[in-house]
Design a protein around this ligand. Structure first.
Ligand code: SF4
Ligand code: SF4
Ligand code: SF4
Length: 241
């Protein structure tokens, strides 16, 4: 039975408790930052920041809205990063939970190709090329604990459990909030193990809120391109022959 998150952004208060808890559990250092006129801090995910609460100010229906998006790896059901790596010693899927795990052997991969393959722009590399991202707090989950970010969330935005239960909860919440937020939706719920509920168009939250590339999920960009160009390649061969 796989495990999933359900993240209800409609009740997220952007306290960033999840972001801090993630750092604390993984013993990750803080990052030196500057005031950029945004509460989003540090500015992006990094090799030492697996969870980031994104902040966006948007004018919606003539009113200023502050949108929050607690971002992390989606633990894709068919992960393009894993497919691209093709090295189970570097990237593998935990069979019990479905967590997509990166090891220190990611150092031996083509880091840029892995980053490029991720439709959500999640993995980040260190100076030596080693890659890192959210690991579903697998050590906690294997010991019957919730991920640190879920455990710490005070607003009820973050949930974790059996995938079927999380899908049911997500659909229930979507139905509940539809009257207030007619454009509310679940983001890519059939393809990933981190189901987000957004109140507005997901593109307003940030550009990679939904899968950002136009290819069948689970297919690497290289595979998609070669499929796209197959007819031309065949025609070229025929002409040459
Ligand atoms: Fe939002 Fe919960 Fe994270 Fe706070 S801990 S930022 S409420 S998801
Ligand atoms: Fe891999 Fe990106 Fe999917 Fe995470 S979100 S499993 S890094 S492809
Ligand atoms: Fe961080 Fe664990 Fe939450 Fe992933 S599941 S974002 S590693 S605290």
């Amino acid at each position: 039975m796989s495990k999933s998150f359900f993240i209800d952004t409609t009740v997220c208060t952007a306290c960033r408790g999840c972001q801090v808890a993630c750092k604390q559990w993984h013993d990750l250092p803080a990052e030196k930052t500057t005031n950029r006129g945004s509460y989003q801090n540090p500015p992006d995910l990094s090799f030492t920041t697996y969870k980031l609460v994104r902040f966006q100010e948007q004018v919606i229906d003539g009113k200023l809205k502050w949108l929050f998006f607690p971002e992390q790896c989606r633990h894709c059901i068919d992960p393009p990063c894993l497919d691209t790596a093709d090295d189970p010693t570097a990237i593998f899927k935990d069979p019990a939970t479905g967590a997509v795990i990166y090891t220190k052997n990611t150092k031996n991969l083509d880091a840029d190709a892995i980053i490029e393959a991720c439709p959500y722009n999640v993995p980040r590399k260190a100076a030596d090329g080693t890659l890192a991202k959210c690991d579903m707090c697998l050590d906690r989950v294997q010991n019957g604990e919730e991920p640190a970010c879920v455990k710490t969330c005070p607003s009820g935005a973050m949930h974790f459990g059996e995938s079927a239960d999380m899908m049911a909860l997500a659909k229930k919440r979507l139905a509940e909030v539809k009257a207030k937020y007619p454009k509310a939706k679940l983001l890519d719920p059939e393809d990933i193990q981190v189901i987000y509920l957004t109140a507005y168009d997901p593109a307003l939250y940030y550009e990679n809120a939904v899968a950002s590339v136009t290819r069948p999920r689970g297919m690497t960009r290289q595979a998609a391109l070669s499929k796209m160009f197959k007819p031309f390649t065949a025609a070229a061969k025929e002409l040459a022959g």
